[in-house]
Design a protein. Structure first.
Length: 253
């Protein structure tokens, strides 16, 4: 992991002030955005789809098997697609305002972080957006908490007990770090890297949380958590407000 992080660009300071963000749906006023969601059937992606629809946005949910998308809504379209297929990506991102990537996994049994699905997905989408030029949508990538800074020169992934973490998950964590490192080298695409706290919960949507930067934020009791529902609020807040262009932000209670 150390070697992997050698070129990683750290920002060890949090934003000067943590903010309370997220309004209840009834209070949200925004233009309608066309949002493409990769990983729409996942635990985070499905929450993002629901949050976006509840705010009046138009959502295209992508799955290799669209029949898995059972939600019915007038603003929702389920389509067949694969973020690993460059031709499919190019065809689906066209005409969108924002692309959200929330995918997991590793190709086969590879131990190479470059074979982590999130890393490949980011590269494929960035290349497609580059080809579109000024008409390209924004990209919001859901990255892992492993890249959050715990102290200067040390990220959360460095503190994990890798000996007991499945090798596939290790590779995925390392791939997410690579994805952030890669995005930080990109200046010709509007990207955002959204990171949850250490622990996801199945808690309810409250719309109340803190926004931070690269630093891993914990409560006075050492807890670092966010519900998937509230993380989705933060994702769609970013769709609407575009506060963190070419930046990473994190979300925590």
């Amino acid at each position: 992991m150390r070697k992997l992080l050698s070129s990683f660009c750290f920002t060890t300071m949090m934003f000067a002030a943590l903010v309370v963000s997220g309004q209840v749906v009834a209070e949200t006023e925004s233009n309608s955005y066309k949002i493409l969601v990769y990983g729409a059937t996942g635990k985070v992606g499905s929450q993002a789809v629901n949050e976006a629809l509840n705010r009046g946005h138009v959502v295209t949910a992508v799955s290799r098997d669209p029949s898995r998308i059972t939600l019915v809504h007038e603003n929702l379209t389920a389509v067949k697609g694969d973020v690993l297929d460059t031709e499919s990506v190019a065809s689906l991102v066209a005409g969108q305002d924002v692309v959200i990537i929330s995918v997991r996994g590793v190709l086969g049994k590879s131990k190479d972080p470059a074979d982590a699905v999130p890393y490949i997905a980011v590269g494929n989408v960035v290349n497609a957006l580059r080809d579109m030029g000024e008409t390209a949508p924004r990209l919001i990538h859901v990255g892992g908490s492993g890249s959050l800074v715990v102290k200067p020169g040390v990220v959360y992934a460095d503190t994990l007990p890798m000996a007991v973490i499945p090798r596939k998950l290790q590779t995925e964590i390392e791939g997410q770090v690579l994805a952030l490192d890669y995005l930080r080298s990109i200046s010709d695409v509007d990207w955002t890297y959204a990171t949850p706290a250490k622990n996801f919960t199945n808690g309810k949507r409250t719309g109340v949380f803190r926004i931070a930067g690269d630093q891993l934020v914990e409560s006075s009791s050492g807890r670092s958590r966010i519900s998937r529902a509230d993380f989705a609020v933060a994702l769609i807040d970013e769709v609407e407000n575009a506060r963190f262009i070419q930046q990473r932000y994190s979300v925590v209670y």
